[in-house]
Design a protein around this ligand. Structure first.
Ligand SMILES: *Cc1c(COP(=O)(O)O)cnc(C)c1O
Length: 226
């Protein structure tokens, strides 16, 4: 299935106007399809699976900004640490420690978003609100010398219930505003929320970065596992 160029162009135009960053979620999609967007000038791509990301990074242009948006296992951090642009789903201190360790080895600073659990489903990963707050106040963050926490990421419930989604996005935005006070340097400025089905709502609730796959590339052949 080809890339839906017209959808890309209209979504990108409207997001640019709203100063929201578009991550083109290209998991399961062949390299040629990423290149179609690349040729139009797009650079920010999101991937969920480490091996797939490593393969694509090796084959595709070096100025692509690779966002890892899936669930990252500690033992796989080393494979993406040399090049990853931003890791969205950081959901534990154990993972932070490993990212920091690998970033030191690569002599890099890695930008991360802390994943917050907002959905009603049990299966979605992330810190809950109180745990986030405790962590930020603890001072432990300063030991992660090679990580920059750039903001928060969340996934709303898999639901059509607009009131529920709206409430979840609002909750995440409140956590974001509160957490921002712990980062006076201004680098904590990214709120990654919203996907194909709910991005407009997410933006209305304060999202600064949306992760959109199926609206650009068409439906995937197998479902997101995250
Ligand atoms: C797959 C995925 C997306 C994109 O989903 P679409 O519904 O295709 O836009 C966004 N965020 C995460 C974390 C994903 O795993």
């Amino acid at each position: 299935m080809p890339v839906i160029i017209s959808a890309y162009q209209s979504i990108q135009a409207s997001l640019t106007e709203q100063q929201v960053t578009l991550i083109a979620v290209s998991k399961t999609k062949p390299q040629e399809e990423l290149m179609e967007l690349y040729t139009l000038g797009h650079r920010a791509f999101g991937e969920n699976y480490v091996q797939e990301l490593v393969d694509k990074e090796a084959a595709l242009p070096k100025d692509i900004q690779w966002h890892f948006i899936g669930h990252l296992q500690s033992n796989k951090v080393k494979y993406i640490a040399p090049f990853v642009y931003m890791i969205h789903g950081v959901d534990s201190e154990k993972l932070l420690q490993e990212i920091n360790k690998q970033a030191i080895k690569q002599n890099r600073i890695i930008d991360c978003l802390l994943q917050i659990h907002i959905a009603t489903e049990e299966t979605k990963f992330g810190f809950d609100g109180p745990a986030l707050h405790e962590f930020l106040l603890s001072g432990r963050l300063s030991s992660y010398t090679n990580i920059r926490i750039r903001g928060l990421m969340g996934m709303a419930s898999f639901s059509q219930d607009q009131a529920l989604l709206s409430q979840e996005f609002t909750t995440l935005k409140l956590y974001f505003d509160k957490a921002q006070q712990a980062f006076p340097d201004g680098l904590f400025n990214t709120l990654s929320m919203g996907m194909s089905s709910d991005y407009a709502l997410a933006i209305s609730k304060g999202s600064t970065m949306v992760r959109i796959g199926s609206l650009l590339f068409g439906a995937r052949n197998y479902p997101a596992k995250n």
